[in-house]
Design a protein around this ligand. Structure first.
Ligand code: ACO
Length: 429
């Protein structure tokens, strides 16, 4: 009869060990018993960049990278993008099930009541240099919220956690809009509680002298869809940072700032800004083949292509491509789309990209829509961080309430000198 175990033979000692399989994985601690003698530390696993290591059990997001499947709490991303609002999806990601109509109403009201920021937060943001990158402003301001809400330290109290979740989801668009307006030199616009989450965000970004901002409904819906697509993505670099920092019981503002800092890198959420720079650099369709040859020759990467998990088309990229058409009906076509489509076509038929299973990821098309809507490239990663806050907080809650989790503290394989004597400074050299 087959058993859910692995049999390991240690060829150093010729001893045999039977190790249980847990949901298809080996528990790394089960390997520690494998030793050459009593003093030996025991066998560890070595996995730089977590290529094959599950750091947690999670019931939030499912990805099948080979088939190009993405589901939040079991619901396919395509259905959520078509039928739900971002706040509905945020509720789903955070609490495990789609809200009823009355739960959604209450949730929207609760979030709306937390959209304002303290006047001192505005003053804090006013201190940034006039051309500070909005992602730097966002990361620092979210960390600074920790000083405004010292109650957030009680991370083991579910009521306290819920309040910080409301505050963070409510305030992220406000902080993001302040960062944008600071760069532009525009006065800060306060939230308008009559508007939806995304329409209010647009109001805080773009309202000028008009008494009431009216968001274009097609653009507000497109932004809502983009937010849904970015709400969570299991154990990516930013989420891993959220869990790692949160595991020390740092408050969620500090953990969210760490997650946003990880997101800012060009290999992660910062890629959407880099895609636009790349399309600008290519500038015309006839220059694509030369650019592709450059990438294949090891000079730079095709930004917005490739993914650690997806070895097939990223389902979010497909939905974004469709949404782009709706947006362009309002804004006019972004000429960069033609370059992007041709770039995708050439890359997907090239042996280099086929062999490595490199497909467009979420960042390949998102920037093109954002630019058509009037966002500058520096804002793109900020637009990623706003909805991802829901996912970060859901993962943080799951980590805090998981009895198996402890402070995240990996092991290392030490490669330095064994022991050395300190030579007095006058005798060194
Ligand atoms: N352009 C050209 N070659 C690439 C690209 C790319 N975009 N991505 C990967 N490759 C190549 C690598 O050079 C490597 O080739 P090799 O086997 O000959 O050495 C092979 O494909 C595997 O790449 P890795 O870097 O090992 O893959 P990894 O899983 O570590 O990296 C990553 C994934 C970081 C996303 C990578 O594909 C990349 O840098 N893409 C461009 C940046 C980007 O778009 N990031 C956004 C990702 S989505 C997100 O984070 C929201």
């Amino acid at each position: 009869m087959s058993k859910d175990t692995l049999t390991i033979v240690d060829n150093r000692t010729e001893k045999t060990y039977e190790v249980p399989l847990f949901k298809g994985a080996v528990r790394a601690m089960d390997l520690r018993q494998i030793k050459v003698n009593a003093e030996d530390f025991g066998v560890m696993t070595y996995d730089p960049a977590f290529m094959n290591t599950a750091s947690c059990q999670s019931s939030i997001t499912f990805i099948d990278g080979d088939k190009g499947i993405l589901r939040y709490r079991g619901y396919p991303i395509e259905q959520l993008a078509e039928k739900c609002s971002f706040l509905e999806v945020a509720y789903l990601v955070l609490f495990g099930e789609l809200p009823t109509a009355s739960q959604l109403k209450e949730w929207e009201t609760e979030i709306t009541l937390h959209t304002m920021i303290h006047e001192s937060v505005k003053k804090f943001m006013a201190g940034f240099h006039y051309d500070a990158h909005p992602m730097g402003m966002l990361v620092s301001t979210v960390a600074a919220l920790s000083t405004f809400y010292p109650d957030a330290k009680s991370v083991l109290d579910p009521k306290v956690r819920r309040l910080q979740i409301l505050r963070l989801i409510g305030k992220m668009p406000t902080i993001a809009a302040c960062a944008y307006r600071h760069r532009m030199g525009y006065p800060i616009v306060n939230p308008d509680n009559d508007l939806s989450y995304t329409a209010n965000f647009m109001n805080m970004l773009w309202r000028m002298v008009e008494p009431k901002f009216v968001a274009n409904p097609v653009l507000a819906r497109a932004l809502d869809i983009l937010f849904i697509l970015h709400a969570d993505h299991e154990q990516n670099c930013g989420t891993n940072a959220m869990r790692a920092v949160g595991s020390s019981q740092a408050d969620p503002y500090l953990a969210t700032a760490a997650a946003a800092a990880a997101l800012a890198g060009p290999l992660h959420g910062g890629a959407n800004e880099e895609v636009l720079k790349m399309l600008d650099e290519i500038s015309t369709v006839d220059r694509i083949p030369a650019f592709i040859e450059q990438v294949k020759g090891g000079k730079g990467r095709l930004m917005g292509f490739g993914h650690r998990v997806y070895k097939n088309y990223d389902p979010r990229a497909r939905i974004i491509k469709q949404t782009a058409e709706e947006v362009f009906k309002v804004t006019g076509r972004n000429p960069k789309l033609e370059i992007a489509i041709e770039l995708e076509k050439i890359a997907l038929s090239d042996e280099y990209f086929i062999k490595r299973k490199l497909y467009p990821n979420v960042d390949f098309y998102s920037g093109i829509i954002y630019q058509a809507m009037g966002f500058t490239p520096e804002m793109f990663t900020v637009l990623f961080a706003i909805p991802r806050t829901a996912g970060w907080l859901a993962q943080w809650q799951e980590m805090i309430t998981d009895p198996e989790q402890k402070i995240a503290r990996p092991r290392q394989i030490y490669t330095g000198h064994w022991i050395k004597e300190v030579v007095p400074i006058e005798k060194r050299g």
